[in-house]
Design a protein around this ligand. Structure first.
Ligand SMILES: Cc1ncc(C[n+]2csc(CCOP(=O)(O)OP(=O)(O)O)c2C)c(N)n1
Length: 674
């Protein structure tokens, strides 16, 4: 019907530009048509279709500079093709081949590529939005006239990540373009069951940002809007929300069907097909003739066939376990001159001038020196600037390093971890302070699924340290006292460090910041001001992954970390009749197995001690490893002493009873019986 035909306005676009846009939108459509054929033939296994929505991905991507980062979703083939990724390699990616973009480790569009400035989604809808915040923050700090651009579906706008990313971008005045592709459905859920505002742009009012709703099927509208919005974001240093109205012409994915969508919607939207309408208009405007179009289509078809031929040529994957494990982490060569080996008796000698420092001051010192060492290091956290942080670790930093690098954050842990990753894409280092380790639960997804997996998935490192004030003993109750290190030790891709002395706290934090991988750095709150020690004034590292032999003994080897080290020392002091050998793990991921083996060999009786609750704690892992690898060295079963398998209580007597320390007598007694 003619009255449903969309109106195109060319403004000052040349014929060449119009033709480029036409080729841009035609390509993903023709690829998809071909994919549907291959799917029917059983030559590919799965397909998420973007048919009907191509104007958004293509128009938006073509409106940006090619070095501006885009965070696309599962229907955005047009982003990838507009960035000129070769179809042959894309196809290998979709087929899970070794020579795709993720060595066969990721499916469909869940990958990124630095060269093309694309950071693909993880399956979870929403986390990619805050990564765009981080890239935009990097642009802002580097004073670059650039934007980042992130996509979400209408369904994704209900995720907390949507709110957090938009709010952070608004509060921090970040030049980010947020695009909602409102295609009417989130799988089978219609928008009427997704949100109550009239339209999704209404949400922008709540964030204090500008927004516009546009026809997402009109490529010229999309292209022109994004161009204008890009200028606005750069000039005003602000984010912008664009709601593109469109429709999903096929099922959520090909296997899921479209039974839940009323038929009339397909009929209506078919008339608004973004490719056909644009093609018709180009003919009417005499930009292209029917013959031109046929020859462009023919050339595209040939190109697709040629590329697919290469794509199908991939050799089958032969798993290489070594490579699989090696790619979990970005490699790093530690400068040996930076390392202090404090496992020696004379641990504080040979490292220049020393000062007596509290545990907390050693942490501040490490941050301070790292800020000087790395001009690209950004610190983020709640109340860390003028207020100096909940524990005053960053007191005075904002005066020294400015608001740009020492950043108070809104209450949005997920967005800040995502922002840290975005900074990393642009070559920054980021440190985020969790106000309490307990609150990491609301940033969990970003750590576990984005930070930890990104290097293995597509080779991008996450140069991020998350500081975690942890632990009990301070009467702070179930949500300000937890030991949650085991959650992270179970996540390949993270490194987990947990110092127990001021010297280690400083050296390990410097090492964590220098490490290009995501490091979860636990700092026990009860040690902050109760433990002091000699700390070198110099900038130095303690090697991540190296345990420390704290005390030689003959009766029992205590393998522990964090507060456990002080418990063990305290226990030894109170029981001179007992000779305890003490090993401080210092790093929980990766574990120092050689040090564990040596500890076992020294006494043959092992107690693994930690403040974390017993079941599923690190003790289980260490005990299992010893049983498997050191059986012949043992004179008794490995014993564990952990805290009660309950939440950590508030009342100080209850808390004492909860703590592993209250059961040390019992366990040691048992161990000595053997
Ligand atoms: C956190 C999370 N919950 C659920 C899903 C399962 N899921 C995948 S796509 C999808 C619908 C998404 O809808 P929308 O955001 O509107 O994007 P569209 O698929 O329509 O492009 C759902 C529920 C998921 N991937 N992630």
């Amino acid at each position: 019907m003619a009255n449903l035909r969309m109106q195109f306005t060319r403004k000052d676009l040349s014929n060449e530009q119009l033709i480029a846009l036409y080729k841009g939108i035609l390509f993903p459509r023709m690829i998809e048509d071909k994919m549907l054929v291959l799917l029917r033939q059983g030559r590919i296994s799965k397909w998420f279709s973007g048919i009907g929505q191509e104007a958004i991905a293509v128009g938006a991507t073509m409106a940006l500079d090619s070095d501006e980062w885009v965070m696309p979703l599962h229907r955005n083939l047009g982003v990838f093709t507009s960035r000129k990724m070769p179809l042959s390699k894309l196809f290998k990616q979709w087929q899970g081949n070794k020579d795709g973009y993720s060595k066969g480790r990721e499916r469909s569009f869940h990958f990124g590529n630095k060269e093309h400035h694309i950071c693909g989604m993880i399956s979870h809808l929403g986390p990619q939005l805050a990564i765009a915040d981080g890239v935009a923050l990097a642009h802002k700090l580097q004073k670059e006239s650039k934007v980042s651009m992130a996509f979400t579906g209408d369904g994704g706008t209900s995720e907390g990540d949507f709110h957090e990313a938009l709010n952070t971008a608004a509060v921090w005045d970040l030049p980010v373009i947020f695009i909602i592709e409102n295609n009417g459905y989130g799988l089978s859920t219609p928008t009427s069951e997704q949100y109550r505002c009239k339209s999704l742009v209404d949400k922008a009012v709540g964030y204090g940002i500008e927004a516009v709703q546009i026809d997402g099927n009109n490529i010229l509208t999309v292209y022109d809007t994004i161009k204008g919005v890009r200028d606005y974001c750069i000039k005003n240093q602000k984010p912008y929300l664009i709601e593109c109205m469109t429709f999903r012409m096929r099922g959520h994915e090909e296997a899921s069907g479209v039974k839940y969508v009323p038929k009339h919607l397909f009929e209506e939207w078919e008339k608004k097909d973004p490719v056909k309408n644009f093609e018709e208009w180009l003919k009417e405007e005499k930009v292209l003739t029917a013959e031109d179009i046929e020859s462009i289509r023919a050339a595209t078809r040939t190109h697709i066939e040629e590329e697919l031929k290469i794509g199908f040529e991939s050799a089958p994957i032969v798993p290489d376990t070594e490579e699989e494990l090696a790619d979990v982490y970005a490699s790093r060569l530690v400068a040996p001159e930076l390392l202090i080996d404090n496992s020696e008796e004379d641990q504080v000698s040979g490292a220049g001038i020393h000062s007596e420092k509290k545990f907390i001051n050693a942490i501040s010192d490490a941050l301070d020196l790292s800020l000087q060492k790395h001009p690209n290091l950004v610190l983020m956290g709640q109340d860390i600037a003028e207020y100096g942080g909940a524990f005053k670790v960053t007191e005075g930093f904002v005066e020294r390093y400015g608001k740009g690098r020492i950043r108070n954050t809104p209450l949005c842990e997920s967005a800040i971890v995502g922002t840290a990753l975005g900074l990393s894409l642009k070559g920054h280092k980021a440190m985020m302070e969790m106000q309490f380790a307990d609150f990491v639960t609301v940033g969990f997804n970003q750590i576990i699924n984005n930070l930890a997996k990104i290097h293995y998935r597509w080779g991008q490192n996450a140069d991020v340290v998350v500081r975690m004030p942890t632990g009990g003993g301070v009467g702070a109750g179930p949500f300000h006292s937890q030991s949650n290190e085991a959650w992270f030790v179970h996540t390949p891709g993270l490194k987990v460090v947990y110092p127990s002395t001021p010297m280690d706290a400083k050296g390990l934090l410097i090492a964590a910041i220098n490490d290009p991988n995501p490091v979860i750095y636990f700092e026990h709150k009860a040690l902050y001001r109760s433990i002091s020690g000699q700390v070198p004034d110099a900038y130095y590292e303690i090697e991540i992954g190296k345990a420390k032999h704290v005390q030689e003994g003959e009766d029992i080897s205590v393998i522990t970390y964090g507060s456990g080290v002080h418990w063990a020392l305290d226990y030894a002091g109170k029981h001179p009749e007992l000779s305890l050998d003490i090993t401080d793990l210092r790093t929980l991921l990766p574990l120092d197995y050689e040090a564990i083996r040596k500890a076992v060999a020294r006494t043959g009786k092992v107690l693994v001690l930690h403040e974390d609750t017993l079941t599923g704690g690190i003790g289980g892992e260490v005990a299992a490893w010893i049983a498997e690898h050191c059986f012949s060295l043992l004179d008794a079963p490995v014993m564990r002493c952990g805290s009660l398998d309950s939440p950590i209580p508030f009342n100080i007597e209850l808390e004492k009873n909860f703590m592993a320390y209250s059961r040390m007598d019992e366990v040691i007694e048992k161990l000595l019986q053997y």
